[in-house]
Design a protein around this ligand. Structure first.
Ligand SMILES: *Cc1c(COP(=O)(O)O)cnc(C)c1O
Length: 230
């Protein structure tokens, strides 16, 4: 089941790329495995997945030692500063940096562990009250400040678009994030790149790919519905 779902998602990504003349190799699929048991992650691994996304530090800690070491773990959820130390040397990228204080903590912990941590700045493009993330106008100033941090490397932007029935409703959100990344790239800030655009989930990843996503985060579409009562 998981292998078939993965195959379908990959096909959909390829088709979205074809529509707009993009190379599917430019798009990385993150299998969002939050709440799912290790056996299901293994199934996805056997079907070729190497990038997994989790939104809780504890869950990364639990799953990390139980799975092959060539997996790239992506922290995609809201991150508390007192937990940064547990994952700073385990994750490939932190997608959810939305404050200077958090970036400072990552810098301190990364220095202690002698690693450099790739991060994305999370942008609340739709300005939803219920969501974390920076306002559009806060992104450039934060990028400029964090650019001087030796152990943190900003590699792009991330957004969680609103839940909508029709994915077309989020196209404008994805366009705005893409435009912001182009604008920031044009500033040529030292130590900052905008090569990663993490946007698109099960409901809207095809649209996100058409609008320039380089990373899509798909959970339900691969592993099925999540049971939060588990
Ligand atoms: C849960 C989650 C996803 C995946 O959502 P689906 O709709 O199940 O694909 C993607 N990104 C983030 C940040 C998430 O928390």
């Amino acid at each position: 089941m998981i292998a078939e779902n993965l195959e379908q998602v990959r096909k959909n990504i390829e088709e979205a790329c074809r529509k707009v003349g993009r190379d599917p190799k430019e798009v990385t699929l993150i299998a969002v495995s939050k709440t799912k048991p290790v056996e299901m992650l293994k199934e996805a691994y056997d079907a070729g997945s190497r990038c997994f996304g989790e939104n809780k530090v504890q869950e990364i800690m639990d799953k990390y030692p139980q799975l092959p070491s060539d997996i790239q773990w992506h922290m995609i959820g809201h991150l508390q500063r007192n937990k940064v130390k547990y994952i700073v040397d385990k994750v490939k990228m932190i997608h959810s940096v939305d404050s200077l204080r958090l970036a400072e903590t990552i810098e301190q912990e990364a220095a202690k562990h002698e690693v450099q941590v790739p991060i994305l700045l999370e942008v609340n493009v739709a300005q939803e009250e219920s969501k974390f993330g920076l306002r559009m106008d806060e992104v450039l100033p934060l990028a400029e400040t964090v650019s001087s941090f030796p152990h943190v490397k900003i590699q792009g932007l991330m957004t969680i678009a609103p839940y909508v029935e029709n994915p077309e409703e989020n196209r404008e959100i994805f366009r705005q994030l893409k435009k912001l990344s182009v604008d920031i790239e044009a500033k040529n800030i030292n130590n900052v790149t905008m090569s990663v655009l993490s946007m698109g989930m099960t409901g809207d990843y095809q649209v996100a790919v058409q609008e320039g996503a380089t990373v899509v985060r798909v959970g339900t579409g691969i592993f099925g519905k999540r049971d939060y009562l588990r």
